[in-house]
Write a protein that binds this ligand. Structure first.
Ligand code: ARG
Length: 270
């Protein structure tokens, strides 16, 4: 498993494009952020190969590589950011994908698509959960389905704290997932609940959701996340996962957790 990551050398909160960033301008402790990132990467590097892209001084959010694009089977759809504050990142990421040998599929038109932040494969199931309503546009979903040859289930996001799908839903192998129901419109909750049997889905409580527990990275049977309640950890343990807290509080000030700090360059079969 390869992960794309970007050192947070220039990470800071310079603008407000999600509710977490409100009143955080200039408040990031850069040294602490780099320490938190380093400790997370240290753990991830034991489970996956980390490929680094050079950060750009003009793009303080570039460390959130989950938004670089969506990749599977050496194909990648690069992001087109909704937010002008982040659009400069597109070129850096796209050039990196080309240089790294990916077949690049640019979405037609000019609708926004913020990469893996809003599109998550259900492992081994030929299904892609795709978010819209806050950042990515619904209109991009069909094309994603064609490029990756999967069924796409579109999910409407309605709580601006959970503006990317990866902040409120995490697919897990064995047809399982965890999600925060309050982040979705009624039809989308129904779409999730009609596809995933009750014993295979876990609705997290608000306290876990705001601690970015759904923003998890699963590597094998290990789950890395910012923070999880004992109840959530026990539930994940019953499903066979060991949970590791890797606090990334400085990044939460920008609205990103553990998952946002990496992009999967390969999709696990199971
Ligand atoms: N400040 C960034 C933004 O609002 C955070 C991105 C977090 N990424 C994610 N995949 N949820 O775009």
């Amino acid at each position: 498993m390869r992960l794309l990551v970007c050192p947070p050398r220039y990470f800071r909160v310079d603008y407000v494009i999600n509710p977490w960033m409100t009143e955080q301008i200039g408040r990031v402790d850069g040294e602490l952020a780099r320490k938190q990132w380093g400790e997370l990467m240290e753990s991830l590097s034991r489970e996956a190969s980390l490929l680094e892209i050079e950060p750009s001084a003009c793009s303080p959010d570039m460390c959130f590589t989950a938004n670089a694009g969506l990749a599977a089977s050496d194909r990648v759809v690069p992001a087109r950011f909704r937010m002008p504050e982040r659009s400069r990142e597109e070129g850096f990421f796209e050039r990196w994908f080309v240089r790294s040998g990916f077949e690049v599929f640019r979405l037609p038109g000019d609708e926004a698509f913020e990469g893996e932040g809003d599109a998550l494969f259900q492992p081994g199931d030929g299904l892609l959960w795709a978010g819209h309503g806050e950042r990515s546009r619904h209109a991009t979903h069909d094309e994603l389905g064609r490029i990756f040859d999967v069924e796409v289930v579109s999910l409407g996001l309605v709580d601006s704290r959970f503006y990317h799908l990866d902040t409120c839903l995490a697919p897990l192998p064995g047809g399982r997932l965890i999600y925060y129901p309050g982040a979705f419109d009624e039809a989308s909750k129904h779409a999730i609940e009609s596809r995933i049997a009750p014993e295979r889905r876990l609705a997290v409580e608000e306290d876990d959701a705001v601690g970015f527990a759904c923003n998890l990275l699963r590597l094998g049977d290990r789950i890395f996340l910012n923070r999880a309640s004992p109840k959530l950890r026990r539930a994940l343990a019953r499903w066979g996962f060991e949970t590791f807290e890797r606090p990334v509080g400085e990044f939460l000030k920008a609205g990103g957790g553990v998952k946002c700090l990496s992009m999967m360059l390969d999709q696990p079969e199971t």
